[in-house]
Design a protein around this ligand. Structure first.
Ligand SMILES: *Cc1c(COP(=O)(O)O)cnc(C)c1O
Length: 403
């Protein structure tokens, strides 16, 4: 059997446009494709591979659990799920955990929870959910409708109702929408897919105050920003604002699919037996790997290392920009970094991604105007320097081709 990129177009639903590169193995922040070409990985599987590829601690956790027990379902609990839930409770504001298999599923649980709490406590009138333009919360019909890009949710028939969108970093815009009918406000405390947009502290604090004034719950979607990505264990910890519900996925499993919704006992009690569930949620393999990843990330060495690496990334991007003037701004926090393209290069982030891949470097886009970097949180300094040399070579070629 020829396992080629062309086969993708023959046998896969065409909802993705994958790169021509087919990696077959990885180690740390390097990947090798079918032709044994080497790539430096600044993409991290979209902020998932927080410890790079095949980190020995994760390989060990997975293989150890693989020889013990794979799956039970939720008719029984299991030790890895209990251990991971205890750790999440010990290290965050949360008192209760619900396990899912992805970011969208964690958000689906959060959205159903806030709706149920509002119904039980205040009645059916209080159902409005306010989210933000350009926000991203997943691809189920509920989560994609809460997301702030109608292009993603249009064309699938009637949408879940009573969802409104305010402008991010604009409290007046939220004030104009929020009322005692609002059941929850949902936001990313660092917008990822929307272009790497940091919230101002005043905005986040103002959102919390408005929620409190209107008995609305505050949901932080930390699917992308969580588990060390910003240099804090969770981004909320650096903002001085605690949400009522938090969702986490992507880096949580270090590459093994898992998601979780975190909340308080007071709110969790509304999801009584039978109200929600998942066959795989809390799967022993996923939870064993996630606990190993979480404990490895949640150390001062790794979290401080993220901030040191942020500086290396940003310094290198500024140096490249001093030569080629292709970026209007370098932004983001920790190792979730965006290089926004200058007006001259507007709409061309895909070209940058492809040019980088040609030089042996994997980067991401965050929309058509931003090149996104979400590498391993423990990427070696040499890989950053080598990767940036490749990125500069890619940009030099793009600029030369323009003439
Ligand atoms: C990726 C992402 C999601 C969706 O996660 P999936 O695992 O793809 O379902 C939700 N919210 C945010 C902020 C994300 O970045």
């Amino acid at each position: 059997m020829q396992l080629t990129r062309a086969l993708f177009d023959e046998v896969m639903v065409p909802n993705y446009a994958p790169s021509p590169i087919i990696p077959v193995r990885g180690l740390g922040s390097r990947l090798w494709d079918q032709q044994d070409r080497e790539f430096i990985d600044f993409a991290g599987g979209i902020a998932v591979n927080c410890l790079g590829h095949c980190h020995p601690v994760l390989v060990n956790a997975l293989t150890e659990q693989a020889n013990k027990l794979w799956h039970l379902s939720n008719t029984m609990t299991n030790e890895p799920a209990l251990a991971l839930a205890q750790r999440l409770v010990d290290t965050t504001f949360a008192e209760k955990v619900y396990f899912a298999n992805s970011g969208a599923e964690a958000n689906e649980a959060a959205l159903k929870l806030v709706r149920r709490v509002a119904l039980n406590k205040f009645g059916a009138e209080k159902s409005q959910i306010i989210a933000f333009k350009m926000g991203f919360h997943g691809r189920t019909l509920f989560t994609v409708t809460v997301g702030g890009q109608p292009a993603y949710s249009d064309g699938f028939g009637p949408k879940p109702a009573d969802i409104d969108h305010a402008e991010y970093n604009n409290l007046d815009s939220l004030k104009a929408l929020i009322s005692d009918r609002t059941c929850a406000v949902v936001l990313e405390p660092l917008q990822g897919e929307g272009g790497i947009i940091s919230p101002s502290k005043e905005f986040i604090q103002g959102v919390r105050e408005l929620c409190d004034q209107h008995n609305a719950l505050l949901v932080f979607d930390e699917v992308q920003s969580g588990v060390g990505r910003t240099g804090e264990l969770y981004a909320y910890m650096g903002l001085g604002v605690t949400p009522d519900v938090l969702t986490t996925a992507k880096a949580l499993g270090g590459g093994f699919p898992i998601g979780a919704m975190l909340t308080t006992t007071e709110l969790a009690k509304h999801l009584v037996v039978g109200t929600h569930g998942s066959t795989y949620g809390g799967n022993p393999l996923a939870c064993a790997v996630a606990l190993a990843a979480y404990d490895t990330v949640n150390t001062p060495e790794v979290l401080n290392g993220v901030k040191a690496r942020e500086k290396l990334f940003k310094d290198a991007l500024h140096a490249i920009n001093a030569k080629y003037q292709v970026f209007s701004e370098v932004r983001g926090q920790g190792l979730l970094i965006g290089a926004a393209l200058s007006t001259e290069w507007a709409g061309k982030s895909r070209d940058f991604m492809l040019a980088a891949a040609e030089q042996g470097l994997l980067v991401l886009m965050a929309g058509y105007n931003v090149v996104r970097f979400a590498p391993s949180l423990v990427i070696p300094e040499q890989d950053i320097l080598d990767g940036m040399a490749r990125f500069e070579a890619a940009i030099a070629k793009l600029v030369a081709a323009r003439g």
